[in-house]
Ligand binder design. Sequence first.
Ligand SMILES: Cc1ncc(COP(=O)(O)O)c(C=O)c1O
Length: 460
Amino acid sequence: MSTSSSSHPSPLSPERVAALTEREEAAFKAGRRKSYELVKRAEKHSPGGVPSSFQDSPPFPVFIDRGKGSHVWDADGNEYLDFHNGFGVNVVGHANPRIVEAVSLRIALGSHFAQPVEDFIVVAEELANRFGLPQWRFTNSGTESTLDAVRLARAFTGREGIMKMEATYHGHHDSLMVSVEPSPDKMGPADAPNPVPQSEGIPKAIVSLVTVVPFNNLEATEAAFQRRPDQIACIIVEPAMMNIGFVLPEDGYLAGLKEIAHRHGALLVFDEVKTGVTLARGGATERFGVTPDIVCLAKAIGGGLPCGAVGGRDDIMAMISEGRVSQMGTFNGNALTMAASRVTLTEILTPMAYAHFDALGEVLQGGLDSVIAEHELPFHAITLGARGGLTYRAQRVRNYRDYLEIDKSIAYLAWLFQSNRGVLMAPGAEENWTVSVEHSEADVQHFVNNFEAMARELRA
Ligand SMILES: Cc1ncc(COP(=O)(O)O)c(C=O)c1O
C-alpha cells in the first residue's frame, strides 16, 4: 500500500482553477456533440437521459460505443484509456478473450435455467478460498448482497438496529440509504452523526433503525453501542471507504470494530463490493488481515457481467438452509454470469495479475508523488492493488468530515482534463480509478503525464 502527501503545499488560485475549467469544459463539449444529442434523445423516455442516476454527471454523460483491453471509444469516436472501468467492474479489461470465449460457449448452450450449474460450485469454492468464509450465495448486484447481509444479521441476532459509517454507500435499498453524503446542515455532531435519508421515499421508521458513526473512530463506535444496548444486529462497513475518494482504515481499526461488535453481541459485515478481489486476491479481508462474519461482493467478481455474492460463517449461513432466512432471486447463479465469474477468478485474476496491479501502482504512485512534490500541490495519492485515487487535499482523509473540506472544483477540472487527453475517469471527487490486467505501464504513465500537464497549468 502506498500513500503520499506534499509536505509544503501552497494554495491554488481559485481564479486559475475557474479559468482552466471553463476552457476544458468548452473543449469537452465541442468534442462530444453526438453524446449530447443522444442524451437529449434519451431524456424523452428516461429521467436525466441515463439508465442510472450514477451515470448522470456534468457537463453531460458520455455515451460509450465499445471497449477493447484498456481502451474504450465513445459515441463521437473519441478514444480513451479506461480508468473508470465501469465503476471498478472491469479489472479483466474490455472484451477479454477468455471472457468472450467462456460467455460465447455458454450462450450457445443456453444462458438461463434458474437451476444450478456446475460453474456456480467452482465460483463458491474459489470465493471461500479467497475470503476464508465457508458458505456463499449469489445475487446480481452489490445492493442485493448488502440487503441479504443485513437480513442475515438481523435474523441471526434477533435485533433490528444497524450501525453504519457516515458516508459509506452500500447500494440502493432502504435499510442502508442513510447518511450516504448527508448535507452539512442535517448531519449533526461529528462523533454521533444524525441518520439522514439519502432520498425521499424512505420510511422514517427504517431510518430510525440506523445508528451512524464516523469511520476510523473506535471510541465513537463503542459509545454508540452503549447508547443502544442490545439493539444493533451488525456493523456494516466498507473496510476501505471508496465512495468518498479512497479512505484507508487506520492500523488496528478493523480488528477493533470486530472486537467491539462481538462484545456487544453484533456481527461485523464487510461491504467488499468495491474492494473485493481488487485490493488483493481476498480483497480487504486479506489485505488488512481481519475476517468479518459476513462479506458482500459484486462488481469485479463477475468479469463484466452482473454478479453479486454474499459469504458468511457456517452458523450464520445455516439460517438459509434451515429456511429461517429467505435468500432468493430468479437470476442468482445465472449460467452466463457464473461462466464469466469462473474464468475471472480462476484464469484471469491469478497471482500474476495482482503482481501486475502492484507494478502499475508503483508507477502511478511514484509518478504522481513526484508531480505533487515538484509543483508543491496540496494533494495526495493513494494506490492499493488495482485501485487508487488522487485526493485534492494535502492531509490524509480519515472520514466524511475531512472529505467535506476538499475543494471539489479541482476534482471536476481534473476529470475534464483527463477526459480531453484520452483518459476516462469515473466522475466526481468521491470516485477513484481502477486499472485492469490489460493496462500497461505506458497506459498508467499517460495518466501521470496528463496530471503533470494540469499541475504545470495550475501553477503557471
Ligand atoms: C461499497 C458499495 N456497496 C454496494 C454498492 C452497490 O452495488 P450495485 O451498484 O451493484 O448495486 C456499491 C456501488 O457502487 C458500492 O460502491
